[in-house]
Design a protein around this ligand. Structure first.
Ligand code: XMP
Length: 507
């Protein structure tokens, strides 16, 4: 399989470069910028991309890749900070400039290679404070904006390129075309990254492992796909365990048990651990603590199961690439945003090895696999649900009242979206609740009740999200039902913050 390697210099959106490339069926992998020359060689890339990043090349502690990487004679594309790195490395000059942030008009000066077929000018997304004042000898300017004279440069032998703008963000028109020109034409990579291929290689890899595998399944698409892939590889050496932690959606435990028993041939055990989880969460308000507690309790339950039903060598989980990036364990310089319980929260005492076959994939890629594996439509259209469940949708302490509110109100939101034929069109939809209360009037009486927050978002991969512009009539219906059907609720609000700056879950 042909591969493009992206060196991560710390931009929050470095991973988007990989995503865009994978969308046109070429495998792209994000690695820390300080990867060794030997490691990079082992990956055998067809081309290298330097991502953007927050640093300035003239700072003494500026991140730079190993020198030998420049001598590999592979096609190279630098984006933003990566562009400045190339300018600096090959003898040009980078200077501090006026900050340019947002969309600028990029005029194409040479449309031969990288900027081929994208027209005379395009809107390009800029986000930089430095710029190339003088381009290196042997390079030419192939595109400029009003603010950046050397917004796109190419070496004379047409193998090294630098662009000041971000082709990976949707605000850059023809950004994917620019990446395609680099990956397909300059690097000559084949479009051979398919989910069918991924299934074959993954099943083959897993079939070589020794020992039994315990797979924690949640009923969500990720862990279900993990279980099916492992089952394909090792059959009954896999045992699936579903944990009812009391933090699930309304009646979810029954639905999931039925779905597994009706559709899949895997061995399935359901464990009731409601008291154990809710007991540990009593009195805990801090969101990160709650995540850690839930993560650790899962491991306690799995370990106990493994001791009674083992021996097991592996614990399999449905961790995805965005979980890995957001937990800051991808080794790159991106900051920790939230620690996903299935990534950051594994205790040291765990004596099972971890198997995470989907660790490199985005959600839409997992959905494609689910389709190929004939997972029932009902499941794979199901919205994602966070591992720590309602513990992160309940702000403050998890109490029985707040649990009931979150469960019933979320069910109302989901039902109304289904009824309006909108459920499949949105990424996630639920109702969150905290300790804030407001006065309401019921009959002739004043009542002090909880405030519920409805959250409905559109997204492609959960890395960014936009709040969904639901029809007012639908919101009204949800609100009426929530206040009528849950007596502890007096007010209903709708959250209108996108990610960034917000996140999808409130905690
Ligand atoms: P945020 O709130 O970070 O969520 O914008 C991004 C996506 O990840 C889900 N999520 C989690 N999934 N374990 C998971 O398996 C977690 O700890 C976790 N936290 C958030 C969230 O539902 C959204 O789809």
């Amino acid at each position: 399989m042909d591969k493009i390697v992206v060196l991560d210099f710390g931009s929050q959106y470095s991973h988007l470069i990989c995503r865009r490339i994978r969308e046109f069926s070429v495998y792209a992998e994000l690695v820390p910028y300080d990867i060794s020359y030997e490691e990079l060689q082992k990956l055998n890339p067809k081309g290298i991309i330097f991502s953007g990043g927050p640093s300035s090349v003239y700072n003494s502690d500026a991140p730079v890749p190993e020198n030998k990487i420049f001598e590999m004679n592979l096609p190279l594309l630098g984006i933003c900070y990566g562009h400045q790195l190339i300018v600096n490395k090959y003898g040009g000059k980078v200077k501090r400039a006026n900050k340019e942030y947002g969309s600028s008009l990029l005029t194409i000066d040479n449309d031969k290679d990288l900027l081929n077929g994208i027209g005379e000018s395009v809107r390009a997304w800029m986000s930089h404070g430095d710029e190339a004042e003088q381009i290196p000898p042997g390079f030419q300017v192939i595109g400029h904006t009003e603010g950046a004279k050397a917004a796109a440069i190419a070496s004379e032998d047409k193998s090294i390129y630098g662009i000041q703008f971000h082709p990976e963000v949707v605000h850059t028109e023809q950004g994917t075309e620019i990446l395609k020109n680099f990956v397909l034409k300059v690097c000559g990579a084949n479009q051979d990254w398919t989910m069918e291929g991924f299934i074959d290689t993954t099943v083959e890899k897993i079939s070589k492992i020794e020992g039994n595998v315990l797979c924690g399944v949640s009923g969500g698409i990720d862990s279900t796909v993990v279980a099916l892939l492992i089952h394909k590889a090792i059959g009954d050496r896999l045992k699936c365990v579903f944990v009812n932690n009391g933090l699930l959606r309304l009646n979810e435990e029954k639905e999931i048990e039925e779905m597994f028993k009706d559709n899949f041939k895997v061995e399935f055990t359901s464990i009731d651990a409601i008291n154990q989880f809710l007991g540990k969460l009593r009195g805990v308000e801090d969101p990160e603590k709650k995540r850690m507690i839930v993560g650790e309790e899962f491991i306690h339950v799995f370990t106990e199961f493994a001791e009674k039903n083992g021996p097991f060598k592996w614990l399999a989980q449905g961790t995805l690439y965005p979980d890995v990036i957001e937990s800051g364990v991808s080794k790159g310089p991106a900051a920790v945003i939230k620690s996903h319980h299935n990534v950051g929260g594994l205790p040291e005492w765990l004596n099972l090895e971890i198997l995470e076959p989907l660790r490199e994939l985005y959600k839409d890629e997992v959905r494609k696999i689910a389709k190929i594996l004939e997972v029932p439509e009902k499941l794979f259209m199901r919205h994602p649900f966070p591992g720590p469940g309602l513990a992160v949708r309940i702000i403050g302490e998890v109490t029985p009242t707040k649990l009931k509110i979150a469960k019933v109100a979320s069910r109302i939101v989901e039902d109304e979206l289904l009824e309006a034929n909108l459920y499949d069109k949105v990424w996630q939809a639920y109702a969150a609740v905290g300790d804030d209360r407001a006065v309401g009037v019921v009959g002739d009486e004043r009542r002090y009740g909880n405030i519920v927050m409805i959250r409905v978002v559109d997204s492609i991969d959960a890395m960014t999200a936009d709040w969904t512009r639901l029809p007012h009539g639908l919101l009204e219906k949800m609100s009426n039902r929530i206040t009528n059907e849950i007596e502890d609720v007096t007010w209903v609000t709708y959250t209108i913050s996108s990610k960034p700056p917000a996140t999808i879950e409130p905690q």
